[in-house]
Design a protein. Sequence first.
Length: 611
Amino acid sequence: MKVSNEEKSMKLAESGREEWHKSSFLKEMFMGNFSFHLIDPFPILQGLTGEEYLEFYKNYKRFLIEEVDADLIDREGKIPKNIIDRLKEMKLFALKIGKEYGGLGFTQAEYNEILKLTSSKDSNLSALLSAHQSIGVPQPLILFGTKEQKEKYLTRIALGQISAFALTETNAGSDPANLSTTVVDEGDYYILNGEKLWCTNVTIADVIVVMARHPEDDLLSAFIVEMNFEGVKVEHRCHFMGLRALENGVVSFKNVKIPKENLISERGNGLKVALVTLNTGRLALPAAISGLVKKNLEIARLWSREREQWGKPIYKHEAIAHKIADLASSSFAVETISDLATALYDNHQDIRLEAAVAKLFCSEIGWECIDTLLQIRGGRGYETADSLKTRGEANIPVEKLMRDFRINRIFEGTTEIMHLFIAREAVDKHLKIAGVLLAKDKSIGKKIKGLPKIVLFYFSWYSKLWMSWNFWPSFGKFKEFSHHLRFINRSTKKLARQIFHGMIIYGPGLQNKQVFLFRIVDIAVELYVMAACISKARQRQTAEHRNVADIFCTSSTIRVKKLFNDLWSNCDDAKYELAKKIENDEYLWLEDGIVELTQDQKQNLQSKRRS
């Protein structure tokens, strides 16, 4: 029987998944269990107090203040060589590399604090460091490399070599089944052919990780490729709306000979290497976003106090006051979620869901924050820093912050891909229990045979989901947070019921009800962040922390209630049908009165679709 491209993609994605071996707050939540004890007390971040780290942090902050000109970097679209040289000298490219290889040996938490500080100055620098160290060569080697690979490459990187991660292709983004870059086994070498797109750092990199497919069996593997290998060529440096100094490009491989010892992990284990690396890499992005959101709050606070309208500072107008309060509570939530995922990682927990949620939540709410800041700054927010400076005003680059930030909803898994990834994990237990009923390759006999066990499980499990009344458990010991925790507990059980109802109503088609699944994920994200903020506020034990956590939880409660309502009261099917008709050219009248794309542009789009 011929396997469809969709089935092929799903099978490959499933092959790269890891099985769950440890408890996870979010995994339990999807099954209706509010396991607050898994994140309360709030886990302690590793490091952050050592003399070596504190001295490094102080010196690096001084460097950012005194030597880095973020406006110049944006204007020229290039990080000056002297800045990159200084970063190498200070070992910014070896923050997490062990001291035995010449690195600084910082913890993930310490690394994140450096990224947070960096992004508050310039996102081009944080992108350079993160692409190199979060997903570039160091991270896969730390996780999967042999002793020989680590000694050879980590030592060189600690001395200043820059790395990159090459996965994306013109027709292969988050779906690795479409990878066309191939490797063929030829004696002492693998022969690599293909092309990679949007490879950050590749234009200045010394060594990169390349994902490629074995054409004989379609398995994927990961390889260390040095940029000076014969046949490796940077074809083009890409330029973007924001992050104008991003060293991102297209790299091609023509009969590149890769030594056998440069295979990372095992043959066919490439997808696992990529997924686990990205899991860890997703810890860096929330940290960088936290630095940006804090910067947004600082600008909004100072400007709203200084700017007057109708005889009083604008922060005294309720509309602006609400925006500032939202910025403050969002800043607290973003840092909390970043810190929680990081602490769990440093404590050797399975963080695939927590990291994905941190990336999703922080990138989405961070975008809302920068949009809010621009609105508060008004015309000055839309004006460039150079123009403001020329007019004699403070060169606060809000429009640059917005341009630079937008990529975060795309980097390391788009918002939509993150929703799908989390949704798959949300139904993991259900697939293990009732997957036989949904499987296309199972006979009717096997499905009937498995039915009694499935019915018994769901009768017991579903009944327990209703055993939570409004004031039980009371959570009384949590005082001012007790009503929020009761809401989270009730909503967690309701969430699990809604997932089950979706399975019953949509059956195997549930995987195609993406908007339904996205709302399920968004509910879980809100509940998780609420619980994390409460735990963090309890750890800090100050009135200020309790106040800002309460504001976030109250706002989040409103969003959760709306999301539950939207699960079953919506126009999802109507929108889907309309989209199909639009793509069938039935609504071309909506495009009347515009200057159309050129014929060349249209043909180019069509050729990409056919390929």
